[in-house]
Ligand binder design. Structure first.
Ligand SMILES: Cc1cc2nc3c(=O)[nH]c(=O)nc-3n(C[C@H](O)[C@H](O)[C@H](O)COP(=O)(O)OP(=O)(O)OC[C@H]3O[C@@H](n4cnc5c(N)ncnc54)[C@H](O)[C@@H]3O)c2cc1C
Length: 375
């Protein structure tokens, strides 16, 4: 049995970030089922940082994470974690209500989000169909950025290791029980014990709770699909912003000279190695052709991943009420990268008793599991 002070289950961005934050306070071991970290949701994201997604708490977590991305701690990374890249949120006819509410919420949090005119939208993305059946209104989020998800996870891993922590891959937790003040875990890579267990198992977080005999949170994994395709010949897309429907119909963004696009699908799925379905690939292409003058002639690449939500779509960081030493870090939905620094800091504060990040403008109760219905 290998002993530690903290066992973190899940080697995605959530598990690695909290592990790094906990490392100065004791021995941390991250247990990851796959043979590499970041294999599931964290490695399949669109890696955007923007304010056009989520409700007020999510936007506050996003804002509180911004400084970490633009100015990471010394030695964290050799490459920028974020590159400024504006985001344009758009709606079509009949979607004014969602536009107004998002504009007000975004402007309140960023201070910079603002409506732009049709000619400004055209100047930014000349292929947009504007007016009529196309895009009727748009707003710009100049505080948005593209993240380097790999550098973020590598930075956290490096920080963890430098403080004496460890990541064990190929270590699926198969059994978890609380005995003599310790969580004892049997994994496919040996046995581990610690007084404190962080559940950062992503789409499997409820399954891990069930294994441990802890009440579940009712998490819902939803599949999301991304395709990549070639832009029209002669069109340089490199300076394009992320273009995202506020009514959750589609988004597209430039990626290394190509375009990525999603139909913004949210299909319920059991926790699994998510794969794209033909229907969602076709839907992505169709939605892009509906709102732009582009034709998606060939899908170059496609993938899918799970975005796992709580009932109120706010991530959870907090101790289970029914199990000592069982800490939830779950339900990061479609914003787990852009909120990771703030969520990790808040979690470390709750676990170690170090100062709560007041600048977050959220309380522990706002993030805790007991706010959720039936928990
Ligand atoms: C298509 C797509 C686009 C997205 N775009 C963005 C974006 O632009 N910006 C943004 O901020 N977020 C985005 N997200 C969301 C973001 O990717 C997730 O919120 C985030 O990755 C969740 O991280 P996680 O660590 O909780 O989960 P994961 O990365 O899934 O990590 C959980 C880990 O736990 C491990 N695990 C589970 N059970 C066990 C067990 N029993 N034993 C051991 N290990 C176990 C799994 O193997 C997995 O590696 C996107 C997601 C998708 C799918």
């Amino acid at each position: 049995m290998t002993g530690a002070d903290f066992l973190v289950v899940g080697g995605g961005v959530a598990g690695l970030s909290v592990a790094c934050q906990l490392a100065p306070y004791g021995r941390v071991i991250v247990l990851e089922r796959e043979n590499a970290t970041g294999y599931h949701s964290s490695g399949r994201s669109a890696t955007y940082y923007h304010f056009g997604i989520g409700n007020r708490p999510v936007r506050l977590l996003t804002k509180a994470s911004g400084a970490f991305f633009s100015n990471p701690p010394p030695g964290f990374t050799d490459v920028p974690l974020s590159t400024p890249a504006p985001a344009m949120m758009v709606v079509r006819d009949g979607q004014d209500e969602v536009f107004e509410s998002n504009l007000a919420e975004m402007a309140a949090v960023t201070g910079t989000a603002h409506e732009i005119s049709a000619s400004q939208m055209h100047a930014l993305v000349p292929v947009l169909k504007l007016g009529g059946e196309g895009i009727t209104r748009g707003l710009l989020d100049p505080a948005a950025a593209r993240l380097d998800g790999h550098a973020l996870m590598m930075g956290y891993t490096r920080g963890l290791r430098a403080a004496g922590g460890q990541v064990v891959t190929n270590a699926e937790v198969l059994m978890a029980e609380r005995r003599a003040g310790q969580w004892q875990l049997r994994t496919s890579h040996g046995e581990y014990a610690a007084p404190l267990l962080v559940n950062a198992a992503g789409a499997w977080a409820d399954e891990l709770a069930r294994l441990a005999g802890v009440a579940t949170l009712g998490l819902t994994p939803l599949r999301r699909t991304i395709i990549s395709f070639q832009p029209p010949s002669g069109v340089d897309v490199r300076g394009w912003p992320l273009v995202r429907s506020l009514a959750n119909e589609f988004y597209f963004l430039p990626e290394a000279g190509h375009l990525l696009a999603s139909p913004a699908d949210e299909t319920a799925s059991p926790p699994c190695d998510a794969q794209p379905e033909e229907y969602d690939i076709a839907l992505a292409a169709w939605r892009i052709e509906e709102v732009t003058t582009m034709a998606v002639r060939q899908v170059l690449h496609q993938w899918a991943g799970l975005r796992t939500f709580t009932a109120d779509r706010v991530p959870v960081a907090g101790f289970a009420a029914d199990a000592p030493g069982f800490f939830w870090l779950a339900g990061q939905g479609g914003y787990g990268l852009q909120t990771a620094p703030a969520m990790a800091t808040a979690s470390a504060s709750l676990i170690t008793g170090c100062a709560w990040p007041d600048a977050l403008a959220l309380t522990p109760a706002d993030l805790g599991p007991s706010r959720l219905p039936g928990v």
